[in-house]
Design a protein around this ligand. Structure first.
Ligand SMILES: C[S@@+](CC[C@H](N)C(=O)[O-])C[C@H]1O[C@@H](n2cnc3c(N)ncnc32)[C@H](O)[C@@H]1O
Length: 267
């Protein structure tokens, strides 16, 4: 994608978006950030601050466009973005209901307490008997690593449930539109900035089958009229890595190091 701007001498300059990204960022240029903190598996809470400037610069290219996250998860990235229109989608309806509750009805959430392992197993097996936000809270907050309907944490660690609720309530969700949808059904439009944080190709903790080849095609298509970023470890060869950082993933990785990367599609 090419971007055009006015040079200091008044002429119109057109450069490739990738070149522009590679030129403009000293590390010291980090923005002042809020402290978003819903614990969430695959959260970009800590990493987001290192690459958010790419997103903010892209929003300068499309100042009237929307900022869209098709995989909003625990909102740990979208809350760090400064923009007038922010929309977060997620295919997990219980998660979106929980985020709505945190946004509109925080007192109700504050009053909820951790349930026993037996009660947790009951909620897990009978989700339709409960309100969606409640299933969301019980499906994420009392589990190891906040993995959706994962293993119930040790009874001694119940304090983490309260911490989870408090973290969720600390987030500023007021200016975010939260919508339950599969990414394939969202209106992409034109002139928007889209940040994708899909399930990693090597492990999917979200209980929703995910076809990565189909996702790559969707990104290629969406990139025709929008600026689209993807967080992943690896992407196909026609994607360019514009940022990377060595990390030690916390779950099931035996301490091995990986590179967390940010990609954009190179047509
Ligand atoms: C890596 S997490 C996002 C984490 C988020 N960026 C954060 O920092 O909190 C990926 C999310 O994608 C969602 N997801 C999985 N398949 C999806 C699909 N087909 N459409 C939309 N969302 C999906 C999962 O429910 C999960 O919340």
């Amino acid at each position: 994608m090419l971007i055009a701007f006015q040079s200091p001498l008044g002429s119109q300059v057109t450069i490739h978006l990738l070149y522009w990204y590679r030129c403009v960022y000293p590390m010291s240029d980090l923005l002042q950030l809020q402290t978003p903190c819903m614990r969430y598996v695959g959260s970009k809470r800590r990493l987001g601050r290192f690459f958010i400037r790419h997103i903010q610069r892209a929003l300068e290219v499309y100042p009237n466009g929307k900022y869209i996250e098709p995989f909003v998860g625990g909102c740990n990235m979208i809350t760090q973005v400064n923009h007038h229109t922010k929309i977060g989608y997620d295919a997990n309806k219980y998660l979106i209901a929980l985020l709505h509750e945190a946004k509109n009805n925080p007192d109700k959430l504050r009053q909820s307490t951790c349930i026993s392992r037996k009660a947790y197993e009951y909620v897990k097996a009978h989700m339709d008997e409960f309100q969606a936000w409640y299933v969301g809270a019980m499906g994420f907050l009392p589990t190891y690593g906040c993995i959706w309907m994962g293993s119930y944490m040790n009874d001694k660690e119940r304090g983490r449930f309260v911490k989870g609720i408090n973290g969720l309530l600390k987030q500023n969700l007021a200016d975010i539109h939260l919508i339950n949808s599969d990414y394939r059904n969202i209106p992409i439009g034109k002139g928007n900035v889209i940040y994708c944080d899909p399930p990693y190709i090597i492990h999917n903790y979200y209980g929703i089958p995910f076809n990565h080849e189909e996702f790559y095609d969707w990104v290629r298509y969406a990139s025709r009229d929008n600026i689209v970023f993807v967080s992943e470890y690896e992407m196909p060869d026609d994607f360019d890595c514009i940022w990377q950082m060595q990390i030690r993933p916390q779950i099931n990785n035996n301490g091995r190091l990986r590179y967390e990367k940010l990609f954009i599609y190179r047509p």
